[in-house]
Design a protein. Structure first.
Length: 156
């Protein structure tokens, strides 16, 4: 794994030179094509370069073969985002909704709201974000829970 970590680090150090950056991942594809961490990092690199369509199957494969913990959450969020970018909003919303419910991660919520907007569900996006904010019960939110809840009902 140390060797793979070194390869990944060297590749990401070349991210400002896209051809070299991708080549670093491509050169070792045969050796690591069944390694979930490698597939996630390669997908992330493709995503970083705006190649979401190419990244999607790598994210899916990485998740399927065994990412866990924080890296799995990141892969699912990034997969959802890539699906949204490529117009696959229903799949994006499904994945991001699940991740947000399971983890409560604000990043999942943020990408979910973007996917909802892209799918034309602006009101649902706003309600989703405001419900999350209200559920945090921070600051003066408890003082304004009743009127804010009423306003949320008005949104529809």
């Amino acid at each position: 794994m140390d060797h793979l970590n070194k390869i990944i680090e060297e590749a990401w150090n070349q991210r400002d030179t896209p051809e070299v950056f991708l080549k670093k991942f491509q050169e070792v594809f045969e050796d690591y094509s069944e390694n979930a961490v490698y597939l996630f990092e390669y997908a992330s690199a493709l995503d970083f370069l705006g190649k979401e369509t190419e990244a999607i199957p790598l994210y899916q494969r990485a998740i399927k073969i065994g990412l866990s913990g924080k890296m799995k959450t990141q892969a699912e969020i990034q997969l959802g985002s890539s699906l949204s970018v490529t117009g696959e909003n229903e799949s994006a919303i499904s994945i991001l909704s699940r991740v947000q419910k399971e983890t409560g991660d604000p990043a999942a919520l943020s990408f979910l709201c973007i996917a909802l907007i892209r799918s034309g569900e602006t009101k649902k996006s706003l309600k989703t974000a405001l419900n999350f904010i209200l559920s945090s019960n921070q600051g003066l939110l408890p003082e304004y829970e009743r009127p804010l809840s009423q306003y949320l009902d008005e949104i529809g």
